[in-house]
Design a protein around this ligand. Sequence first.
Ligand code: ADP
Length: 175
Amino acid sequence: MNSKSLSDNSSSSAIFPGSFDPMTNGHFDIIERSLTLFDTLTIAILENSQKVPLFSVAERIALIEAECRRFNEKRVRVQVRSFSGLLVDFAKHEQCHIVVRGLRAISDYDYEAQMALMNKSLYRDLETVFLIAREENSYISSSIVKQVALLRGDITKFVPPGIKAAILQKLSQGA
Ligand code: ADP
């Protein structure tokens, strides 16, 4: 975890947590739109020992940083971190009280509402802000993109070019 928070008294900041294995156009759109609402955004990659990821946490950080470089040209607006344990503890550590999540279909709602309510009950100052996925991204998930790529389908429309290249390279290594 980073010891320095992106936020200061005069700027607004939010955390966008997730697995991002790998980042898709859906994630990217939520990041872009979050930056119209908040000055800075911390993308927080959950280190989840229960899932076998395609990309290591270090690889995911590097890939997302490369895709978000364009937002940091004038000043740092996006930082990428990893965390383990409770999101509320990470948020407290970052001195941030807003979490951004994307909502695709109504099927996301139950899980997301449960998480938001649990987080609120653990940390009452934490607010979860939901952004509705763009229609064209509403059927995209990291796992379905990985499945399509594994079956040699074309993933050009679903992920940024740098991520597509990384996925194809991973699969060519037998992942
Ligand atoms: P998690 O395992 O925490 O759901 P994901 O990486 O799958 O991690 O998703 C992180 C966040 O991004 C979640 O809020 C999810 O709803 C959102 N998200 C994922 N795919 C899309 C998409 N296509 N459009 C909008 N939001 C999305």
